[in-house]
Design a protein around this ligand. Structure first.
Ligand SMILES: C[S@@+](CC[C@H](N)C(=O)[O-])C[C@H]1O[C@@H](n2cnc3c(N)ncnc32)[C@H](O)[C@@H]1O
Length: 231
């Protein structure tokens, strides 16, 4: 396993059970929908993963582009959403060929930590080109330098406790600790950014950004940012 894209293309154990996976994607979809301001909006979900609740997001907007680098995940997305005429699946390369200024809302949730800082800059450049002048980029689940893995565990156990999959979550934590995830986290690592650092990084890519009051998803110790074109 070379990198995080391979990891997400594998049969990984990041979700402790089907229930956990389904609840995760329902929560992400609900939070993304909260950022949609018009039923005609064109929405891009950058590094969307399995996006199991994408049909709900598509119901709330005009068109939903699901962009995902892992080829196996992308194949499943194509099969799963083929009947949905509002959903289009794209590779990250495909995004470079899309019309500029065509997207109202771009979301990148829980993906920046897996990219090198240079890869994240390239992703910001691709997204900036695609965003309409009024468009917004929402970057969620950013890990802060000072918050360790213990908070990830606490956040998962709280989420599991509230939704009745605590036993699965505990088993899942053990399998994850013994898995490629742990090795990759130790070897490749996860990128972390402080609040000011992420705002400065976005500014260097031509965005004006603020931190949102709450994070997308279940982990309140991670951060979400909302960015617009800086003119
Ligand atoms: C934790 S999943 C997040 C999926 C979804 N956005 C969500 O919130 O559930 C991480 C995603 O980042 C993608 N990814 C991993 N490394 C990446 C990279 N270097 N560049 C772009 N995407 C990457 C993976 O393929 C995977 O879909």
């Amino acid at each position: 396993m070379d990198d995080w894209i391979d990891y997400y293309d594998s049969t990984h154990t990041i979700y402790a059970s089907r229930l956990h996976r389904d609840l995760h994607f329902q929560l992400i979809a609900k939070d993304i929908i909260g950022y949609i301001t018009s039923p005609d909006a064109v929405v891009l979900d950058y590094a969307c993963g399995e996006a199991l609740s994408a049909a709900e997001v598509a119901d709330a907007c005009g068109k939903l582009y699901l962009a995902e680098p892992a080829p196996g995940v992308r194949g499943r997305l194509i099969a799963r959403f083929a009947p949905n005429t509002k959903i289009r699946v794209r590779s990250l390369d495909d995004l470079r060929k899309m019309a500029e200024k065509s997207v109202d809302l771009a979301v990148m949730n829980s993906a920046a930590q897996y990219m090198t800082p240079a890869e994240l800059d390239s992703a910001f450049a691709v997204i900036r080109r695609l965003l309409k002048p009024s468009g917004r980029l929402v970057i969620g689940d950013i890990l802060r330098p000072e918050v360790g893995m213990g908070r990830d565990v606490t956040a998962l156990l709280r989420f599991a406790g509230t939704h009745g999959f605590l036993r699965d979550a505990l088993i899942g934590l053990v399998s994850t600790a013994l898995s490629d995830y742990r090795q990759l986290r130790a070897r490749v690592g996860l990128q972390r950014y402080g609040e000011a650092e992420m705002i400065a990084k976005l500014a260097a890519s031509g965005f004006s950004a603020t931190r949102a009051l709450s994070n997308i998803g279940h982990n309140p110790w991670r951060m979400t940012f909302v960015a617009r074109h800086a003119f």
